[in-house]
Design a protein around this ligand. Structure first.
Ligand code: ADP
Length: 174
C-alpha cells in the first residue's frame, strides 16, 4: 500500500522550520500532502492564496525539490481532509515543550475520531528549533533581518508586505 501523509498547518508564512519538516517527512512516505488551513482561528497576515503560493515558491526554489510533495488547501475538519485524500498519517513538527500540550490534545482528539489515522511527530531540528511564523512576523514588522528564518521568496514578500502597509521603519541612521 502507498504511504500517504498530510502535514497540516497555517504556514503564515512558511519558515525554514516548516521546510525542514517537509523535507524530512517526504523521505518517510511515498506521498506527502502539505495542507494549508483556510480557516485558521488566527488572523493570518497572508491570505490562503498567498500562503499556498509562498509554499509552492519555496519548494520550487529548492535545488532538488522533492517529487512526492504536493501543496493543497483545506477548509474542512482536518480528519475529514485526511480521510478524503486517503492518508494514513498526520505529520506535525514539535518544538521544545511549548508545542507539546496543544499537539498532544489535537493528536488525542483526532485519534478518538478515527483510530486508523496516526499522528506522527518529527522533532524540530536544533537549528530550526526556535523559529516560529509568529516571531518572524514580529521581527519583520519592526524592520529586523528575517533572512535567517525564512526562504528568500518569503523574506522578500514579507518585507514588501510591511512596506505596503507602511509598517517597516527606516533603517537606523549610520
Ligand atoms: P498551526 O497553526 O496548525 O500550528 P503552523 O503553521 O504554526 O500551524 O505549524 C504547523 C506545524 O509545524 C506545527 O506542527 C508546528 O508545531 C510545526 N512547526 C512550526 N515551526 C516549526 C519549526 N521551527 N520546526 C519544526 N516544526 C515546526
Amino acid at each position: 500500500m502507498m504511504s500517504v501523509a498530510v502535514y497540516p498547518g497555517t504556514f503564515d508564512p512558511i519558515t525554514n522550520g516548516h521546510m525542514d519538516i517537509i523535507l524530512r517527512a517526504s523521505r518517510l512516505v511515498d506521498r506527502l500532502i502539505v495542507a494549508v488551513a483556510e480557516n485558521t482561528g488566527k488572523e493570518p497576515v497572508f491570505n490562503i492564496d498567498e500562503r499556498v503560493a509562498l509554499l509552492e515558491a519555496e519548494l520550487a526554489a529548492l535545488a532538488e525539490p522533492p517529487a512526492n510533495v504536493e501543496v493543497r488547501r483545506f477548509g474542512v475538519l482536518l480528519l475529514h481532509f485526511t480521510q478524503a485524500v486517503g492518508a494514513q498519517m498526520i505529520v506535525r513538527g514539535l518544538r521544545a515543550v511549548s508545542d507539546f500540550e496543544y499537539e498532544f490534545q489535537m493528536a488525542g482528539m483526532n485519534a478518538k475520531l478515527d483510530r486508523s489515522i496516526e499522528t506522527v511527530f518529527l522533532m524540530a531540528s536544533d537549528r530550526y528549533q526556535f523559529i516560529s511564523s509568529r516571531f518572524v512576523k514580529a521581527i519583520g514588522e519592526l524592520g529586523g533581518d528575517i533572512a535567517h528564518f525564512v526562504g528568500p521568496v518569503v523574506a522578500r514578500r514579507l518585507v514588501a508586505h510591511y512596506r505596503e502597509n507602511g509598517l517597516v521603519p527606516p533603517p537606523p541612521a549610520t
